[in-house]
Design a protein around this ligand. Structure first.
Ligand SMILES: C[S@@+](CC[C@H](N)C(=O)[O-])C[C@H]1O[C@@H](n2cnc3c(N)ncnc32)[C@H](O)[C@@H]1O
Length: 291
């Protein structure tokens, strides 16, 4: 299994370099909402921002295998722009996923408070070459009499994954500097990338993340025996990604989520027979022998 971390501007890399073809892309760009990034202006003209995102999506499309998938995450108010970008690039729309982030809603004057983020799932071609119908086992609603025998199929509303907020609820997973500050305010949860990669890829596939941040995508891909390429403009982040991949923290290890998906038919095949932790590879359901 291989991974590659590139410290550069993804637009530059995608337009000038030869890359292997991707089976799945997770696109989590800065949202252009004035957040603090050391190497990037997160407050550019809207038109310029969407022109750049259009260009990036087109280049990703060219590097995507037929039937390959893209998941583009953005603020709910930008759903229309995200869909346009993907359509203009040539992708076929599949789902508008609502990620209801298990955190308090953000109050807004004069309209409803904001409680979710969107992830648009699209494919190159009408049909996905890989779409694993995952089953999960959410808690039983109070009016249900009997336990479900076999969980339920995952839908387009994801309300069971907590966002990594700044405070106490972020738990151990949020990476912190020595003084307790968040290392990266936009770090995506392991559970989110795990779900996306499980749904839309197979063992040995190539996963691409053009705005890699703290490398969450690569961390999950490596454990699931998928190849990956991450591009990140800030060298502080790329250095950190390398460290994170060399030494998984307990909170990065995906094995604790296996049970959540255990009612999925062929989950062992989707998840892979092997898993990697502490830089050793183990075979699932066998005596843990490293090799
Ligand atoms: C929303 S964050 C991604 C967070 C990531 N999903 C994670 O789990 O950590 C966006 C990242 O894109 C990086 N970035 C901004 N412009 C970029 C560009 N043109 N090319 C590559 N990376 C860029 C920023 O430095 C930031 O780390």
């Amino acid at each position: 299994m291989s991974y590659k971390i590139i410290n550069d501007n993804c637009l530059n890399v995608l337009s000038t370099k030869t890359l292997p073809f991707f089976d799945l892309t997770f696109l989590d760009p800065p949202f252009n909402q004035g957040k603090e990034y050391s190497c990037y202006d997160d407050n550019i003209d809207e038109k310029e921002y969407w022109k750049m995102m259009n260009e990036i999506c087109k280049l990703i499309f060219n590097f995507t295998n037929n039937g390959g998938a893209i998941y583009f995450m953005q603020r709910e108010k930008n759903a229309e722009f995200v869909m346009n970008c993907l359509r203009n690039a040539g992708f076929s729309f599949q789902n508008l996923i609502i990620w209801k982030k298990k955190t308090s809603a953000v109050p807004v004057n004069g309209k409803f408070g904001k409680h979710y983020q969107i992830i648009v799932y699209a494919t190159k071609g009408e049909r996905a070459k890989t779409f694993n119908r995952l089953r999960i086992e959410p808690p039983l609603p109070p009016n249900y009499k009997f336990q479900r025998e076999n969980g339920i199929f995952l839908t387009d509303v994801w309300d069971d994954i907590r966002e990594l907020t700044s405070g106490y609820f972020a738990g151990d997973e949020a990476i912190r500097t020595e003084n307790g500050e968040r290392f990266h305010k936009q770090q995506a949860p392991i559970a989110l990338l795990l779900r996306i990669i499980l749904c839309s890829s197979r063992v040995n596939d190539m996963i691409f993340d053009p705005f890699a941040g703290t490398g969450t995508t690569l961390v999950v891909a490596k454990q699931l025996q998928r190849n990956s390429i991450g591009i990140e403009i800030d060298s502080k982040n790329t250095n950190f990604i390398q460290q994170r991949l060399d030494n998984f923290r307990d909170s990065d290890i995906i094995e604790k989520y296996f049970k959540e998906y255990s009612c999925t038919e062929n989950i062992s095949e989707i998840w892979g027979e092997f898993f990697e932790t502490e830089n050793k590879i183990f075979q699932r359901n066998k005596t843990k022998t490293s090799f």
